[in-house]
Design a protein around this ligand. Structure first.
Ligand SMILES: [Zn+2]
Ligand SMILES: [Zn+2]
Length: 366
């Protein structure tokens, strides 16, 4: 347990928009008292927060009932306004926070020792998760004016990346960057991307920058074709046209599935996978997925998951994005309109990521 650095104002109050039990996904204004700031923590004044599908699954109770008001949001960008004496950031630093806010604080476990803190038993996700660091409390996310996190879970944002754009890197960006790196996407890869939304449009750009031999955008909507090609796709498959799926049989070496729809036809996806290929699930469906299995056995196809990335991956991704000019396409909306914005995300309307912007957040980093 860390010591607090100075007497903390116990009346400190952060205000945000919380999902509530039986709230039907409607967020309500709600305040909470943050945990006292410790030596290695920082307080961030939030300027932007992206809206991810996970925030919607959570607030609409698609992943299970909510038992308390809880502030979602895990693509957080803001400025450090307070720091503990040993924190790695300085007041004034512009930082981003993603899906994880804590793991082992000392005596690293097997996974923290390997640098894969996303699998740590003591890992705490960014919202509505009990901290396992012995100090109690529950994490609250970024649809709020402020947040406190351990400094090593806040990442300095390169000056070349604007704040609204930066937000999307911390979930959509890292979720798609990590599997491409782990499964060695490169000049020999015929890559598929299922779902051209917040995650998918990032995946297409990473794939182009990594020099993939083919980048296949797979979507049920033909109106995504033109932009998908601009993001880096070399080919587009419309899944509502069965002939296009047939023509693509056994043609994809590595495929990222960013679509969590209950209507996904997994047998069709698997039919497009080449021998010895991998289909990576990046979005968490609300229902069990099912498929017949023959493609898996006959073509040696592996279905695998990929959960975020580790801290080093995040730093590397930000550098890679600057070097290769990878940027999300974002639409800014005021925090006060978060409910309308969430509704639009639920309806699949964003092109391609909605980022909430705090009133007065205008800065030189727009
Ligand atoms: Zn997310
Ligand atoms: Zn650990």
């Amino acid at each position: 347990m860390q010591e607090t650095t100075k007497a903390e104002d116990p009346s400190a109050t952060f205000t945000g928009w919380a999902a509530v039990p039986n709230g039907h996904g409607i967020l309500q204004k709600w305040s909470y008292h943050p945990r006292p700031l410790t030596a290695d923590e920082i307080e961030i004044k939030i300027s932007h927060c992206g809206i991810c599908g996970s925030d919607i699954h959570f607030s609409s109770e698609g992943w299970g009932p909510i038992t308390r008001p809880a502030i979602p949001g895990h693509e957080i960008v803001g400025t450090v306004v307070k720091r503990g004496d040993a924190a790695i950031h300085q007041v004034g630093d512009r930082v981003g926070v993603g899906c994880i806010v804590a793991a082992c604080r000392k005596d690293p476990c097997e996974w923290c020792a390997k640098g894969e803190d996303q699998f740590c038993e003591h890992m705490t996700i960014t919202f509505n998760a009990p901290y396992k660091d012995g100090r109690g409390g529950i994490s609250e996310g970024g649809f709020a004016d402020r947040v406190r996190v351990y400094g090593d879970y806040a990442f300095k944002i390169p000056s070349a990346i604007s704040s609204p754009e930066a937000a999307s890197f911390f979930c959509a960006g890292i979720t798609t960057y990590t599997p491409l790196k782990r499964y060695k996407a490169g000049p020999n890869t015929r890559l598929g991307v299922i779902g051209i939304g917040g995650l998918g449009h990032m995946a297409l750009q990473w794939a182009r920058a990594m020099g993939c031999k083919e980048v296949v955008a797979i979507s049920g909507r033909d109106n995504k074709r033109e932009e998908a090609m601009k993001f880096g796709a070399t080919k587009f498959i419309n899944t509502s046209d069965k002939e296009q799926i047939k023509a693509a049989a056994k043609s994809i070496d590595l495929c990222l599935c960013t679509n969590a729809s209950k209507d996904n036809n997994w047998d069709e996806f698997l039919s497009m996978m080449a021998p010895l290929s991998q289909l990576v699930l990046l979005a968490l469906p609300e229902v069990p997925i099912s498929f017949t299995g023959s493609h898996l056995v006959n073509q040696d196809v592996a279905i695998i998951g990929c959960h975020l990335g580790n801290k080093a991956d995040i730093e590397e991704m930000l550098e890679f994005a600057v070097k290769h000019n990878v940027r999300p396409k974002v639409e800014k909306r005021p925090f006060e309109e978060c409910n309308e914005a969430c509704k639009d995300v639920h309806a699949g309307k964003p092109r391609y990521r909605i980022v909430l912007e705090m009133d007065g957040a205008k800065s030189e980093h727009q």
